[in-house]
Design a protein. Structure first.
Length: 349
């Protein structure tokens, strides 16, 4: 395992890790970023160019997708939603096979939880993974990752690698004792940031480590069952939070953005470039969700009307409850309609 090997092979890295508390190069005294409200829009990302061929060439999810799954968990949930709906994959629109979908039974379990707000902010997710990618030399990182199924071997200090750094800084500056920080891949080098920090090694559901947790290195049935299991403590904390921090991951998006919406929590991002800039999920950004962008000067204010509007949009476009719908003026549909009018039939909104 990675965490068992790192101390044996990276002497220089150990000196930094031993003193690790959040992000060591930033001062605790730095002022917190200020928020701005935003609406997801296709104008914030580049629409991938349309090519030749049928709709299936452009699908991001389902049996007609043209490449490997964007993530196994997002693919699994999309297929569960499709199977639950009774629709045929061959009849799904370009938009429908390009936007992440969630099954209604899962949404119903989230809605059945108590939505009493007990946190202002929460973040639950990996961070040490991103940190190690920054501090370990690229050859060491690649050597450590070799043979670990499902682990991306990317290394370096490129902007996307640092996409989650702001979460630690924001927590230090803004979290109170009643908020929640849960680093799901915390190891022995992590030092708790305060009473709100419940991070602990090996304690929480962590889909990135699913092959290790399940012992299913072949990514078979046990692996996929673990990915789509209902992690009730995770959802309880999110539905109990006014705001959820939603940094990007390996690329500029995260399922957490729409999970927060499904949980009735308002997403907070820092950068459209690194948090919601992934062109491959253009269909998600076409949904006019309400959320906050930091560094804009607006105060973070919980808005129940935003929560309700976001939920309506989520049900309409990220489930199949009302059929295969897409937002009006979807950027990619419009582009394809111009270039290949025979491939993009009119779809209901």
């Amino acid at each position: 395992m990675l965490l068992a090997i790192v101390p044996l092979v990276v002497l220089a890295g150990l000196r930094r890790l031993a003193a690790f508390q959040g992000l060591p190069r930033l001062s605790d005294a730095e002022a917190p970023p200020t928020p701005q409200s935003g609406t997801a829009s296709a104008t914030s990302v580049e629409v991938p160019p349309a090519g030749d061929g049928a709709d299936g060439e452009y699908c991001l999810f389902g049996p007609n997708r043209r490449k490997s799954p964007i993530t196994d968990i997002a693919e699994d949930f999309w297929m569960l939603a499709l199977n639950e709906s009774g629709l045929s994959a061959g009849d799904i629109s370009l938009y429908g096979c390009s936007v992440p979908k969630m099954p209604l039974y899962f949404l119903e379990r989230v809605q059945a939880l108590s939505h009493k707000k007990v946190h202002t902010f929460n973040f639950q997710g990996s961070y040490m993974w991103e940190y190690y990618r920054q501090v370990l030399p690229a050859p060491v990182w690649r050597a450590l990752m070799e043979g670990n199924p499902g682990w991306n071997a990317t290394a370096g200090n490129e902007g996307q690698t640092e996409a989650r750094n702001w979460v630690v800084d924001f927590a230090k500056a803004n979290f109170s004792d009643h908020d929640l920080l849960k680093i799901t891949d915390a190891d022995y080098t992590w030092r708790r940031l305060g009473p709100y920090d419940v991070s602990a090694p090996g304690k929480y559901h962590n889909t990135r480590a699913a092959t290790i947790v399940t012992g299913d290195a072949e990514m078979g049935e046990e692996y996929h069952k673990y990915l789509v299991a209902f992690d009730e403590p995770y959802w309880e904390e999110m539905v109990g939070s006014n705001f959820t921090l939603c940094p990007g991951g390996d690329s500029a998006w995260s399922m957490r953005f729409y999970e927060a919406i499904m949980a009735g929590s308002i997403p907070v991002i820092k950068s459209t470039e690194y948090d919601i800039g992934a062109a491959k999920v253009w269909a998600l950004w076409d949904i006019p969700y309400k959320y906050y962008i930091l560094d804009s000067g607006n105060e973070l204010v919980y808005r129940q009307d935003w929560v309700e509007e976001n939920m309506q949009l989520f049900i309409k476009y990220q489930t199949f409850r009302e059929g295969d719908l897409h937002p009006p003026h979807s950027a990619r549909d419009a582009q394809l309609a111009r270039q290949h009018p025979d491939l993009v039939p009119s779809r209901p909104h």
